[in-house]
Design a binder for this molecule. Structure first.
Ligand code: HEM
Length: 179
């Protein structure tokens, strides 16, 4: 299950980029007649993935691209929804922020008590590059992580390249290089 906040972000992104009518059509195709989310209610992960699928069908692109775009959008969306305090926990640099992501989500969990947060770990850190390990109870969100990491780098005026994404049964490892 996922909190409605995620769905609100999907809806807002679609309405901004594709228009209100597109959202209506996407919801019809995804068999989601409510077309609206309540921030603190729970929704089946399947619904979110189905909406992402319908967006990608409509744009003639892959779900990976849609998830990446969503990752790019998420940080500013979260801040605009009043999660600036959580954002502050991230700290003042790109690498600190990545290291503080678990703390950030723990803080978010104080208002969303059943949060199933992602887990991140920075390893093999050097001046030039590092590896980011991502663990989740969910499968298939690594492109959202790619979008998030890229957006976060931009926020801290870093230019990065994700040179490899290695997935196994329990984690995803992203190789990140500064350029
Ligand atoms: C102010 C900033 C942020 C807030 C308020 C926030 C909050 C949340 C919330 C509410 C969820 C939904 C979890 C659920 O419903 O169980 C979530 C999921 C997630 N967040 Fe954050 N987040 C923030 C920033 C970030 C950043 C910067 C990253 C990564 C670089 C990140 C990575 C993720 C991922 C990957 C998920 C999907 C859950 C999963 O993988 O299972 N978040 N976040």
């Amino acid at each position: 299950m996922m909190y409605g906040l995620i769905g609100i972000a999907v809806k807002k992104l679609v309405e901004t980029e594709m228009g209100a009518q597109a959202w209506v059509e996407i919801c019809d195709k995804a068999e989601f007649p409510e077309r609206d989310f309540i921030k603190t209610d729970y929704y089946d992960d399947k619904l979110i993935f189905e909406l992402v699928q319908q967006v990608s069908d409509k744009l003639n692109t892959s779900t990976d691209e849609v998830l990446k775009k969503f990752g790019h959008y998420w940080i500013d969306f979260a801040i605009s929804e009043g999660y600036g305090e959580a954002y502050k926990i991230g700290g003042n640099s790109f690498i600190d922020f990545l290291k503080n992501l678990n703390k950030l989500h723990l803080y978010v969990a104080t208002s969303f008590s059943n949060l199933q947060p992602p887990h991140f770990q920075v390893v093999n850190e050097s001046e030039q590059d590092f590896d980011l390990i991502y663990r989740s109870t969910r499968d298939g969100l690594e492109f959202m992580v790619i979008g998030l990491v890229e957006a976060l780098a931009t926020k801290f005026n870093k230019t990065i390249s994700i040179t490899d994404v290695i997935k196994d049964s329990e984690k995803v490892l992203l190789k990140v290089k500064y350029i």
